[in-house]
Design a protein around this ligand. Structure first.
Ligand code: MEV
Length: 438
């Protein structure tokens, strides 16, 4: 079957759905019903969601949960998390509770610099290009004034602009490398608008510069775009306590636990195969809060993993040590987040999430998000180095199996009772359900 179509975007929503249903499903009536089942009854709300992207046919639900009891810099937060993976919210809540009785999380924003670049080609004398740049830098910045005015009023704007010679790596390749302060907005639109203006002005100035030859005047702008690598937009989060205070039900020998946890982190520091999974656990917490607050998780993911490789090999984002009987567990990660603009005032649940967090500034949100990541990492390492990860995972996974088999309340009771003392695996739960129903 040839499933291609031209002019799909021009079809009405109803026509798009009908086309998809007929093209890909044997029972197209059922497919249409499933798609429409997820529409919102409130037409206005549905329209809002339809217009977030193109070619919308329906909504895709993800659960939004709350991890309460996060004590961060002496203040309690209930943290909204949007994630499909069972056990992540439970693990975050458990970690939050654990550390709330041991001094809570300390979080500090170290810096908030964003970066953008105009990538261009210049075929000529690089010394002359630098002289040219020095003479027109003021004009370049002045040309962005109508864009930067409002941001400047809020204390932000372009904080530096330099010319970078990259010709040793790529022939004729230079950059305008700009840094930005974007206050409470993530700043992508602001940065890209500034960069496109800088590029336009750069080209115009070059065309009128007497010091250049004809060829040198013809600067080729390749592209102008922000960087999602933000190594100077860093938040540091930390927990610490006396080693003996780590004791609790599952941590009978706190000294051994602390040593194992430090060892687990050393492994993630030197072994990329482990580091990726270790950091994935951190991102379970980070992404869930980033999503709930309407931020761009792809940008965060790209930036964080680049940062994890900054020393030339992929390594752990978190670190731990035991010194003078004190266990310290910490992490520094880059996070370019916004609490104004974008989805933050458009999506009703994003608005709610930010309200639950007390309408944080962007730096405060950086702290909360990073704490969620560290909490998640602690929970994962605690399970991995004690009972193993499957115990908790399978307990949560059992719910998915019970739903999948559409078990009754009565059946659920029996199944749960049985698995209190028996090993949970997908196969064992399924076998038990089937046996129960015989
Ligand atoms: C699963 O989503 C995350 C973990 O694999 C993280 C880790 O191994 O540290 C449990």
């Amino acid at each position: 079957m040839n499933n291609s179509i031209s002019g799909f975007s021009k079809l009405s929503k109803e026509e798009k759905i009908n086309w998809i249903a007929k093209e890909y499903f044997a029972n197209s009536t059922e497919a249409v019903a499933t798609i429409k089942q997820y529409w919102n009854n409130d037409a206005q709300l549905q329209q809002l969601h339809d217009e977030f992207i193109e070619n919308t046919i329906t909504n895709f639900y993800l659960p939004m949960g709350i991890a309460p009891n996060f004590l961060i810099n002496g203040k309690y937060y209930s943290v909204p998390m949007v994630i499909e993976e069972s056990s992540v919210v439970a693990a975050a809540a458990k970690s939050a509770k654990f550390w709330s009785t041991r001094g809570g999380f300390k979080a500090t924003v170290l810096n908030t610099e964003k970066i953008g670049q105009v990538h261009f080609l210049f075929n000529g004398d690089s010394v002359k290009l630098q002289q040219f740049f020095n003479s027109i830098k003021g004009n370049l910045l002045a040309s962005t004034e109508s864009i930067t005015q409002n941001m400047q009023k809020r204390g932000g704007g372009i904080t530096s602009l330099e010319l970078r010679d990259k010709t040793s790596e790529l022939e004729n390749y230079f950059q305008l490398h700009a840094t930005f302060e974007t206050k409470d907005s993530m700043g992508a639109n602001f940065i890209n608008s500034c960069l496109e203006q800088l590029a336009k002005s750069l080209k115009e100035e070059a065309q009128n510069y007497n010091g250049f030859t004809e060829e040198e005047r013809d600067i080729v702008i390749v592209m102008s775009i922000l960087s999602n690598y933000v190594p100077n937009c860093i938040v540091r989060v930390e927990v610490s306590c006396k080693v003996e205070d780590l004791a609790e039900k599952k941590i009978e020998n706190p000294k051994e636990f602390a040593e194992k946890l430090v060892q687990a982190i050393r492994i993630a520091e030197i072994e990329p195969f482990r580091a990726v999974t270790h950091n994935k656990g951190i991102m379970n917490g980070v992404d869930a809060v980033v999503l709930a607050t309407g931020n761009d998780f792809r940008a965060v993911e790209a930036g964080v993993h680049a940062y994890a490789s900054r020393e030339g090999h992929y390594s752990s984002l978190s670190h731990a040590k035991v010194e003078n009987g004190i266990f310290t567990f910490w992490m520094e990660i880059p996070l370019a987040l916004g609490t104004v603009g974008g989805l933050t005032s458009l999506h009703p649940l994003v608005k709610m999430a930010l309200e639950i967090l007390g309408k944080p500034s962007a730096p405060e949100l950086m702290q909360i998000v990073a704490v969620a990541g560290l909490a998640q990492n602690f929970a994962a390492l605690r399970s991995l180095t004690t009972t193993g990860i499957q115990e908790g995972h399978m307990k949560m996974h059992i719910n998915n199996i019970l739903n999948q088999y559409q078990t009754t309340t009565e059946e659920r009771k029996i199944i749960r009772n049985h698995f209190e003392n028996n090993t949970i695996s997908h196969a064992s739960v399924v076998a038990f359900i089937e046996n129960l129903r015989k």
